[in-house]
Each structure stands twice: as C-alpha cells, then as structure tokens.
Design a protein around this ligand. Structure first.
Ligand SMILES: [Zn+2]
Length: 184
C-alpha cells in the first residue's frame, strides 16, 4: 500500500463499546437449571451460565458488548515507521484528544474505511463476546457443583445427627442425675 503523506486527508473508523444484556441461553432467564444425577435424582441448581461469580446469585442474563462505529476524516500530521509497521499521527479536530492510526486502519476514502470498519466491528464483538459466553458451555462444572453441594449436605446431616445424639445423651444424663437427687 502506498504510504500517506503529511497533510493528506484520510478516513478511519472509531469504535465505541456499549454494554448490553442478553437472556442467558442456558437457563433462558430462569436463573436455575435442572441437573439429573447418575442415580436419577433431579436437583435444581443455580445456572452456571449466568453466574456472575463471587457470592452473587445467577442473573438470568449475560453481559455482552456491542460496538458502534463512526467514521472520521483526519489529516495526517505525522508518519512513524517502526519494525512493527507504519503508524500515522492524525489531527484531532482541535479537541485535545490524540489519534494514531495503524497503516491497516487508515484509508484514502470513506467507503474503504466503512468496509474495513464493519469487518473490524464484527471481529471485536465476536472476540469480546466469545470470552463472555465461553463459560455457558461449561456444564460439566455445574454438575460437579450439584454433586459437591449434595455431598456437603450429607456430611453436615451426619454431623448434625452425631451432635444431636450427644446432646440427647447429655440431657438424658442430666435428667438421670436430677432424678437421683430427687430420690435421695
Ligand atoms: Zn443462566
């Protein structure tokens, strides 16, 4: 590609990121999923797909990002050539912000900038949202969660039973002692 010269008008896409929310594809917004364990037991657990992590409950929605793209006309004010490629310094409409554009982001016409910008917008969205959606595929860990919590419940129930039995032994002894005193 022929390099641009200082003073030349060029076009570049600028992207703004916006937060959006979509219904969780795993629980369809209900925040819970049904897991059937190996023994046929059905347990309802919090959806792992829209679990925001930490101690917050599942949300039923997943955060996504959408990018909007605007196209600006710039004037090239400087050219930087380095081992990684060509970068253009661009004017900033006098608002104090400072733009640079890589050679592959700067175009001679608005049509070219739009064509490249549409592709880049999709790439940005796919990349960002792939990361956010990746955990919704991880159903294995939710099943593990269900098993884990059931094991905890069983263990705690056994402990509770043990402690209850101790308490009843104590109260039986206390009763016995009192009875003894009374009979004496
Ligand atoms: Zn969900």
């Amino acid at each position: 590609m022929k390099p641009f010269e200082i003073g030349q008008a060029v076009f570049m896409a600028h992207f703004g990121r916006q937060e959006t929310f979509v219904t969780c594809p795993d629980c369809l917004g209900s925040k819970h999923v049904l897991v059937i364990l190996g023994d046929g037991t059905e347990v309802t657990i919090e959806c792992g797909g829209c679990d925001p992590g930490g101690y917050q409950p599942s949300q039923g929605v997943i955060r996504q990002y959408a990018y909007d793209n605007k196209y600006h006309k710039h004037t090239v004010t400087g050219v930087k050539v380095s081992t990684t490629g060509v970068e253009y310094e661009l004017d900033n409409y006098g608002d104090g912000s400072y733009f640079t554009g890589k050679a592959e982001e700067v175009f001679a016409t608005q049509e070219e900038a739009i064509a490249a910008g549409v592709v880049r917008k999709l790439e940005l969205e796919v990349e960002e949202n792939k990361r956010l959606m990746s955990k919704t595929k991880n159903a294995r860990s939710w099943a593990w969660n269900a098993t884990y919590h059931r094991q905890c419940i069983k263990r705690l129930e056994r402990e509770l039973e043990y402690h209850r039995s101790k308490v009843s032994v104590c109260s039986a002894k206390a009763k016995h002692t009192t009875d003894g005193k009374e009979s004496a």
